[in-house]
Design a binder for this molecule. Structure first.
Ligand code: AHR
Length: 318
């Protein structure tokens, strides 16, 4: 029993304390995190996961909200470097344009963990780990659900995420990869709704007034928030979402589960935002100079009316 208690104490201490200073005292792990903003329920859940895990582990978290702007993310990372944090992490709003600031972090010797989204860089070693989903696979899963549940013939409208972001690029790629093998499934409209509910609604309104409106049998939205906005637009146009237009999106937030249970939407491919714990596990390993994986994938499922019950909705945390 005593042995277990001792082991636990050592393990618990190792989760929050980093290397000793000159006087032998341990210091708290400091992580600088730049979040994109609060564009979706998914993003809000991601922020909660990061902040709750940091508090639980007594980690000094310097959290910065970029309000959807890349320039704010670059400024935040620059300030994390100036403050000499132990680890930098961020969810990049778009994939390109981070190379110079990542080179600066590397020159300062501060390790970087990409969280949720990846970046495009031309040299290795500018970040040490990526924790998050396989967005290409999410796009494939959405398309496969359509093939299995709608059939081989349908016009599809696509609500794209933030232009230039990894999830928008990769979900579109995975979706088209599957569709190429099913020529009767055609994308008849495609436009960005920037991952927000308000823009999802606006763009869907335009789709429903376009010359292609009668061809739209399926809506594929790159996230649940845009799909939830589109549901409103479809209802306001006098149509039945989930029936007149089949709706599939990505994320798996509680509001979408409710829409599926109510028959107003049909499927959501899960993208897991609750990965704050994995972030600090890796940050801690970096500080302890332990081995860590370069890629930490998220575990995710696909939900539709066959799997969503009231109990599932009630149990959903975000
Ligand atoms: O990067 C993950 C995506 O960003 C989620 O699908 C979306 O809801 C969020 O805004």
């Amino acid at each position: 029993m005593k042995k277990f208690a001792t082991l636990f104490t050592i393990a618990a201490a190792a989760t929050v304390l980093v290397s000793c200073g000159d006087n032998g005292a341990s210091k708290k792990l400091t992580v600088g995190f730049s979040q994109i903003g609060a564009e979706s329920d998914w993003r809000k859940a991601s922020t909660t996961s990061i902040q709750e895990e940091a508090a639980k582990r007594d980690i000094n978290l310097i959290f910065s909200d970029a309000q959807q702007k890349q320039e704010n993310q670059i400024k935040a990372i620059d300030s994390f470097i100036a403050q000499g944090v132990d680890v930098i992490s961020f969810s990049p709003v778009v994939s390109s344009g981070f190379e110079d600031i990542l080179k600066k972090a590397k020159a300062a010797g501060i390790p970087v963990i990409l969280f949720d989204r990846t970046v495009d860089v031309s040299e290795d070693g500018l970040y040490q780990c990526y924790i998050g989903s396989d967005f290409v696979e999410e796009g494939r899963r959405a398309a496969n659900w359509i093939v299995e549940n709608v059939g081989e013939e349908a016009g599809i409208a696509e609500l794209v995420g933030t232009v230039g972001s990894a999830p928008a690029t990769d979900r579109a790629k995975g979706f088209r990869e599957v569709l190429e093998k099913h020529p009767g499934l055609k994308i008849v409209k495609s436009q960005s709704g920037d991952f927000t509910r308000s823009q999802g609604k606006e763009v869907m309104e335009q789709f429903l007034k376009s010359p292609e409106k009668d061809q739209i049998k399926v809506l594929f939205a790159h996230n649940d928030d845009m799909a939830l906005g589109a549901i409103q637009a479809i209802e306001e146009a006098g149509k039945k979402p989930g029936k007149d237009i089949i709706i599939i999106s990505i994320d798996g937030v509680k509001e979408m589960f409710k829409a599926i249970l109510a028959g107003k939407a049909n499927c959501t491919v899960e993208c897991n935002p609750m990965i704050g714990g994995q972030l600090f596990d890796i940050a801690q390993k970096m500080m302890n100079k332990e081995e860590f994986p370069a890629r930490v994938p998220s575990q995710e499922g696909v939900f539709d009316s066959k799997s969503i019950t009231q109990e599932v909705v009630d149990g959903r945390k975000y």
